[in-house]
Design a protein around this ligand. Structure first.
Ligand SMILES: Cc1ncc(COP(=O)(O)O)c(C=O)c1O
Length: 393
């Protein structure tokens, strides 16, 4: 049956993760996988999640299927959280999904069904799953300029110029906050300009929000989405609870569609559910139940806010300390961008060969494109990491 199938190209990150886990050098710094880690290198279960799990273990009365759109209460809570405010004169409808990945996949499948000739534009560079997701659905894929690798700043002019050249047959995938892999933040001015261009040129914005609360704050990290939602007629949002609730393997997320025609959005929402039917049919409920309980229980909500804030502050602190240590080691401000970036990631300006040398000779593990996960760093390794980077790059 499957004899003619070739072995798919492995995901770059998996062999590196394995290599890092098998490296027992004491100085090892593993900055590969994109998950939050505490100072001792663990990806902890949040206390609020533990408390919700305890409560649900006793009080849940069923594990029966939720409907094809998911749990409406959960979806409404995530909508409120993601958008942070009511968007006037727009209709928003969502569906519960197994994580942000499925949310994006469903949105792209819906686009393919409605407009088979659309081109999906992703940032150069972008999250490793974006391109393959669009391609596997049979959508055309192109890149818009984003990171200037020389300066580690946004390629503002060429980004805006490219967006100005797009039209109604284009959809532009934007990271809501904490861009993966660059950590570059779009400010309010950028978002506002992108929204104006989208409205003028008629391209379709898709926002991927996977790190809300881990950048600047829950509210600040939603600003780009709010600006877009208030200015454009239509957009889609894929939302993940993997990182900000630490529910990676519970697969918790939502896909939202926003538009100014209520009937159109209602039908499109049902279309999302029909696209999920031959795949996962209904979304897993366990993680969604945990999120719902946290968001509706004031003490747990406060506890979760506090934990999320501690995680975010740890990342900001690591960024500041690493960039300072690199100032000392290199005698330059070349790495100041690390403190200016937000979220888990930044891109080191190293070649794939230099990243390999860092792994082999220094036990410092980042990806070949230079991506490092700052949240994988512990305080006592900052100086060693800075010395290693300065020695190699
Ligand atoms: C930008 C971005 N979107 C989506 C995801 C996937 O999220 P999930 O685990 O909820 O599928 C990630 C995970 O790393 C991500 O970085």
């Amino acid at each position: 049956m499957f004899a003619d199938l070739p072995l798919p190209k492995p995901d770059e990150i998996v062999p590196l993760m394995i290599q890092a886990s098998e490296d027992h050098r004491a100085e090892k710094v593993d900055l590969t996988v994109g998950v939050y880690r505490d100072d001792s290198g663990n990806t902890p279960i949040m206390k609020a999640v533990r408390e919700a799990e305890k409560y649900l273990a006793v009080n849940r009365t069923t594990k029966s299927y939720v409907g094809p759109l998911g749990d409406p209460k959960f979806v409404a809570l995530i909508q409120e959280f993601a958008f942070q405010k009511k968007i006037e004169n727009k209709f928003i409808r969502g569906i519960q999904t197994p994580g942000g990945s499925s949310a994006l996949s469903l949105i792209l499948n819906l686009i393919k069904k409605a407009q088979p000739d659309m081109t999906i534009w992703v940032s150069d560079p972008t999250y490793a799953n974006h391109g393959p997701t669009a391609k596997s659905i049979g959508l055309k894929l192109k890149e818009y300029p984003f990171l200037n690798r020389e300066t580690n700043k946004l390629k503002n002019d060429s980004l805006m110029g490219t967006l100005e050249s797009l039209g109604p047959k284009d959809a532009v995938l934007l990271h809501g906050s904490c861009h993966n892999p660059t950590g570059l933040c779009l400010d309010e001015h950028h978002w506002s300009k992108i929204a104006d261009i989208a409205q003028k040129r008629g391209f379709y914005p898709i926002i991927d929000t996977a790190y809300q609360g881990l950048g600047i704050s829950i509210k600040e990290d939603a600003k780009g989405l709010i600006i877009m939602a208030e200015k454009v007629d239509d957009l889609a949002l894929s939302f993940s609870c993997s990182k900000n609730f630490g529910l990676y393997n519970d697969r918790v997320g939502c896909a939202f569609l926003m538009g100014s025609n209520e009937q159109e959005i209602k039908i499109a929402q049902t279309q999302l559910a029909s696209l999920a039917r031959p795949c996962h049919w209904v979304a897993p409920q366990n993680g969604a139940e945990i999120v719902k309980h946290i968001l509706t229980t004031p003490e747990l909500k406060d506890m979760w806010h506090e934990e999320l804030s501690v995680m975010k502050k740890r990342i900001i602190g690591l960024r500041e300390k690493l960039s300072l240590a690199l100032q000392v080691e290199t005698g330059t401000k070349k790495y100041d961008f690390i403190a200016e970036n937000s979220g888990l990631f930044s891109i080191l300006p190293g070649t794939p060969r230099q990243m390999e040398i860092l792994r082999n000779d220094y036990a410092v593990y980042g990806l070949d494109d230079g991506r490092i996960n700052l949240a994988g760093l512990s305080e006592n390794k900052i100086s060693y990491l800075a010395k290693s980077i300065a020695a190699v790059i």
